[in-house]
Ligand binder design. Structure first.
Ligand code: HAM
Length: 431
């Protein structure tokens, strides 16, 4: 027998039993973004490889090791997008979105990175992100973080910690880089192989090392904050004050440098201890040089992206308890006539109660087998229509979630009954 074909390692199906939670999350997040005035942008999943090289940076893990890059049939080098910011900026420049205007944009979709798969880390994963263009003051930095803070509140997630840092301007970073390289070179013998390699190519990333043996030497390293000029310092102070005023708690993490090269000034990450090593659920920052670097007119930008799988893992840990997509009612139809009439009844109910989630039994079978299916569907009520009910113009109602006696009401009274029972609220109920 031929071997079954499996999904590619690190790429997953989102099954029907999981997709309710996905829709719940996406629905809440997109709703919040809309309320802040962000509008959706959809970009292709593949872009010219050059776009990611020039934005994320040649000596980053993503570009060096993780991109899905291939030649198409014309021999052009394409890459499946490893993140959404670069495509957003490319689309903005190409479509003139940055000409004398500010833009607030969100996007969602799959991203691709050839990383070592483990829980919370995949080769195809979903991000929802937002980018704001054309605003250089720290007020938009505050708004961006406030949006992410509101997500957690509206999703019912707690226990997330906000870490912030500033990377200064590129000139300030250059000064700091020199001091850091000088310091680390003097302690070269204490560095691991990876860090020694990065000393020439991307020394700031050494600060991000997870190797506990480096803790001490990095703890004594010069701090970027000490190399900031007045403007960058004020930007960061105003940003922090804004978070304080909104009651958004944070930790300053001097070693937060981010793995993509385009950042300047404000950077931040939301982290949790509940997901092991893959604890960052949302990350972002300012990238004031990127639009110009990609050929557009100088336009400041700031944004974030969150890892949807990681947030789903958190939601699944039971906070809050979510009752996703359970139908309100299951229509049991016994006999040929009831089956035909049942279809009409079901459509009438759906028209009268637009939020109603109703499953109609298809395929016949005994009352017993239909009840079994009704129960397995998770429905709250079974509605029963047999020859006798049909003759009397009634429907039987049996609660499947408690021991209430079965009752019989007229078909005309059914809409009112279901409405009263709250069966008109739509599928996603957050209890
Ligand atoms: P990033 O830190 O590379 O930033 O990714 C953002 C988030 O995507 C991470 O915090 C994580 O939750 C999720 N993520 C990343 N890689 C994986 C993976 N292999 N499996 C599962 N989840 C993953 C960016 O992508 C920037 N574009 C964010 C940004 C937008 N900065 C400014 N604007």
């Amino acid at each position: 027998m031929a071997k079954n074909i499996q999904a590619i390692r690190g790429m997953h199906d989102i099954l029907p039993e999981q997709s309710g939670l996905w829709r719940f999350l996406e629905g809440r997040v997109v709703d919040v973004l809309g309320r802040y005035g962000y509008r959706e942008l959809r970009t292709p999943v593949a872009e010219p490889t050059e776009l990611f090289r020039r934005s994320i940076g040649d000596v980053t893990d993503i570009v060096e090791k993780e991109m899905y890059t291939f030649a198409d049939r014309n021999g052009d080098s394409l890459t499946l997008r490893p993140e959404g910011t670069a495509g957003c900026v490319r689309a903005g420049i190409q479509n003139g979105l940055f000409h004398n205007q500010v833009q607030r944009i969100w996007y969602a979709g799959p991203m691709f990175r050839h990383e070592r798969p483990q829980k919370g880390r995949y080769r195809q994963f979903y991000q929802i992100g937002a980018e704001a263009f054309g605003m250089e003051g720290p007020d938009i930095d505050i708004e961006i973080v406030a949006i992410t803070h509101r997500f957690w509140r509206e999703l019912g997630l707690d226990g997330l910690e906000l870490q912030i840092n500033t990377l200064g301007s590129s000139a300030e970073r250059l000064l700091y880089r020199e001091a850091l390289v000088k310091y680390l070179s003097a302690h070269r013998q204490l560095l691991d192989e990876e860090s020694r390699r990065r000393l020439d190519s991307n020394p700031l990333r050494i600060l991000d090392s997870k190797n506990p043996d480096l803790r001490e030497v990095l703890g004594q390293a010069p701090v970027l904050m000490d190399y900031l000029g007045t403007e960058s310092r004020e930007h960061f102070d105003t940003f922090r004050r804004g978070l304080d005023e909104l009651g958004i708690g944070y930790q300053i993490n001097h070693r937060l440098v981010r793995g993509l090269d385009y950042y300047s000034r404000t950077v931040f990450e939301w982290v949790t201890a509940r997901l092991g090593a893959q604890g960052t659920v949302c990350a972002g920052g300012r990238y004031d040089g990127l639009v110009e670097q990609l050929g557009g007119r100088a336009t400041p930008g700031i944004g974030f992206a969150m890892g949807v799988e990681r947030l789903i893992l958190l939601l699944e840990q039971g906070l809050p308890r979510l009752d996703m997509g359970r139908p309100d009612a299951y229509l049991v139809l016994v006999g040929d006539e009831p089956q035909r009439h049942g279809m009409i009844l079901a459509e009438t109910l759906r028209t009268a109660l637009p939020g109603l989630q109703l499953l109609t039994h298809c395929g016949g079978g005994s009352v017993k087998s239909q009840f079994k299916r009704a129960d397995r569907s998770g429905a709250r009520f079974a509605l029963i229509l047999g020859e006798e009910e049909l003759g009397r113009g009634t429907v039987g109602i049996k609660s499947l979630r408690d021991d209430t006696e079965q009752q019989e009401i007229t078909q005309a009274a059914l809409v009112e009954f279901l409405g009263k029972m709250g069966c008109n609220n739509g599928a996603f109920v957050c209890r």
